[in-house]
Design a binder for this molecule. Structure first.
Ligand code: SF4
Length: 96
C-alpha cells in the first residue's frame, strides 16, 4: 500500500473521459463532465456535491501497487494534463 495525493484541475478538465477506464474505481465523471476522484469510504454523492463548484479537487488515496499504476495511467491518458499526482509526504510532484 502506498499513498498518493491526486489532484484534478477542474478548470483544465474537458470531460474527454479517457482517464476513467484506466482507473474506474477512483475516477468518474460528474454531471458537468468533469473528472471526480472517488475515495473509498467517502460517500460518492457527498464528493460530487463538494467538488461541483470547485476549481480543483484533491484527495489523498491509499493505493495498492496496481492501483497506483492505474492512477498514473489515468493521468498519462489525459490529453490536457488535468490530473496531477504528488507524494503526500514530501509534496514532490510525480506527474506530469
Ligand atoms: S481525461 Fe483529462 S480532460 Fe478528460 S475527463 Fe479525464 S481529467 Fe478530464
Amino acid at each position: 500500500m502506498g499513498k498518493l495525493k491526486v489532484v484534478v484541475d477542474r478548470t483544465l478538465c474537458e470531460g474527454i473521459g479517457v482517464c476513467v477506464p484506466e482507473a474506474p474505481k477512483y475516477i468518474v465523471l460528474d454531471k458537468k463532465h468533469k473528472a471526480v476522484i472517488l475515495k473509498p469510504g467517502k460517500d460518492k454523492d457527498e464528493i460530487f456535491k463538494e467538488v461541483l463548484e470547485k476549481k480543483r479537487q484533491e484527495e489523498i488515496l491509499d493505493l495498492t501497487v496496481d492501483e497506483e499504476e492505474d492512477i498514473f495511467r489515468a493521468a498519462e491518458a489525459c490529453p490536457v494534463k488535468a490530473i496531477f499526482i504528488y507524494d503526500p509526504e514530501t509534496g514532490e510532484q510525480l506527474y506530469p
